[in-house]
Design a protein around this ligand. Structure first.
Ligand code: NDP
Length: 332
C-alpha cells in the first residue's frame, strides 16, 4: 500500500482526533509522526501511534491542551504546555521566538509540563530553513543507568542541531544519548531480534542482547560511556531543571496504566548567525561540509534522511495490516 504524504498526514490526524486530541493539536502531532515515517526515522513514525493511543486512553495527556507562553526576559520565552504535547507549545512559540532571535541575535524557549514522544529533528529543521541555528534538547522518564549507578535516573534525552547551508538544505542531526533510541529496542522485541552488545543491561545490571530483558526492568546504556552520560545529564538540567519541568526520575506515568509518554520539558536555543559571522556564514558551513567530503566522508548527518525523503515523493509504503489498523482507529 502506497500513500501520498498529505494523505497519510490526513489519516494520522484523524486517528489522533478520534483518540481525543483537538483538531489543531492532532494536525501538529500528525506532522511529526508522518515526517518521521517519510524520512525513515522509523522508531518514531507510525510505529509510535499505538503508544499515542494507549497514552490518550490512560488519561495521562490532555489532548486539548492550549499552551501558555510568557516572556521571562528579553530573549527568553517560557511555555507551559499544560500537560499537552511539546510540539503544540513549540508551534505557539515559533513565530515570536524567530522574531526575538532576529531582533536580539539569539532567543531561547523553556517548555515545561510537556509530552514529547517523537523525533526531535522536525522541531529544529524549519528554523535552519529560515536562516537560524537551532539546538534543542528534551528529557524523558528514567531509562539509562549511568556513571556506574545501580538505578536508572536519566532519560534517553535526545539532542538535535540544525544550521543553514548556502548550497543545499540545512545540516541537521538528531540523536538519543543512549547507544540506540528506546524505540529501536521496542522494534527489536516486536520483530523477535536481539539487540547489539553494549545497548543495555538486564534487571541485575548484567549486559544482555535480549530486548525484553532491557525493557522489563533492565536499562539502556549511554553512548560513549561516561561521556554520553554527561550529555544526558546536561540535557536533564536544561530540559527539566531550567524549564521547571519534571526530571525523568520524577515521572508519574506509572499512575496511568498504558501511558507511554513522559511529562517532562524541552529547551530550544536559536542563534542568528548573521549577527556574528555575517552573510557568509552559510558558505562557511558549505566549506566545512566540502572538507569532510574531500576527506572521504560520503555520508554526513541528514544525508540519509534527505535521501529517504526524496524517495518518499512517490508515496510512503505502508503494510496492509498497518493501513487497516489506521482506518479502524480513525473510525473511532
Ligand atoms: P541514529 O543513531 O539513527 O542517528 C543519529 C544521527 O546520526 C542522525 O542525524 C543520522 O543522520 C546520523 N547518522 C546515522 N548514521 C550515520 C552515519 N553512518 N554517518 C553519519 N551520520 C549518521 O538516531 P538515534 O537512534 O539515536 O535516535 C533516533 C530518533 O529517536 C531521533 O529522532 C531522536 O530524536 C528520537 N528520540 C526521541 C526521544 C523522545 O523521548 N521523544 C528519546 C530518544 C530518542 P540521518 O538523519 O541522515 O540518518
Amino acid at each position: 500500500m502506497r500513500l501520498a504524504v498529505a494523505a497519510l498526514h490526513d489519516l494520522v490526524a484523524r486517528v489522533l482526533t478520534a483518540s481525543g486530541l483537538s483538531e489543531t493539536n492532532a494536525a501538529i502531532v500528525a506532522h511529526t509522526v508522518v515526517a518521521a515515517e517519510r524520512d525513515g526515522t522509523v522508531s518514531h513514525g507510525l510505529f509510535r501511534l499505538p503508544g499515542y493511543l494507549a497514552t490518550m486512553r490512560s488519561g495521562w495527556v490532555d489532548g486539548h491542551a492550549v499552551p501558555t507562553i510568557t516572556q521571562a526576559a528579553p530573549a527568553l520565552l517560557m511555555a507551559d504546555a499544560r500537560n499537552g504535547f511539546a510540539q503544540v507549545a513549540l508551534a505557539a512559540a515559533r513565530e515570536p521566538l524567530c522574531t526575538m532571535a532576529r531582533d536580539l541575535g539569539m532567543a531561547a524557549l523553556c517548555t515545561s509540563n510537556a509530552h514529547h514522544f517523537a523525533a526531535l529533528w522536525p522541531d529544529v529543521e524549519p528554523f535552519a530553513e529560515a536562516g537560524l541555528i537551532a539546538l534543542t534538547v528534551i528529557n524523558s522518564r528514567s531509562r539509562i543507568v549511568a556513571f556506574g549507578g545501580r538505578r536508572k535516573v536519566l532519560g534517553t534525552n535526545p539532542i538535535a542541531f540544525a544550521c543553514p547551508r548556502g548550497d543545499g538544505p540545512p545540516m541537521v542531526w538528531d540523536q538519543a544519548t543512549s547507544v540506540v533510541a528506546q524505540g529501536e529496542v521496542l522494534r527489536a522485541r516486536q520483530a523477535g531480534h536481539a539487540v547489539p552488545q553494549g545497548v543495555g543491561v538486564d534487571v541485575a545490571g548484567q549486559p544482555t542482547v535480549d530486548p525484553a530483558a532491557i525493557l522489563d526492568g533492565g536499562a539502556l546504556l549511554p553512548f560513549g560511556g561516561h561521556k554520553g552520560a554527561t550529555i544526558a545529564l546536561m540535557i536533564e538540567v536544561l530540559a527539566a531543571g531550567l524549564t521547571g519541568g519534571r526530571f525523568g526520575f520524577e515521572d508519574r506515568s506509572a499512575d496511568y496504566p498504558g501511558a507511554q509518554t513522559s511529562n517532562a520539558g524541552q529547551f530550544v536555543l536559536l542563534i542568528d548567525p548573521v549577527r556574528t559571522a555575517g552573510a557568509g556564514f552559510a558558505g562557511r558551513v558549505d566549506a566545512l561540509v566540502e572538507a569532510l567530503r574531500d576527506a572521504g566522508s560520503e555520508r554526513l548527518p541528514s544525508d540519509g534522511r534527505y535521501a529517504r525523503r526524496a524517495a518518499a515523493m512517490d508515496g510512503i509504503e505502508i503494510a496492509d495490516d498497518v493501513y487497516a489498523a489506521l482506518l479502524a482507529a480513525a473510525a473511532g
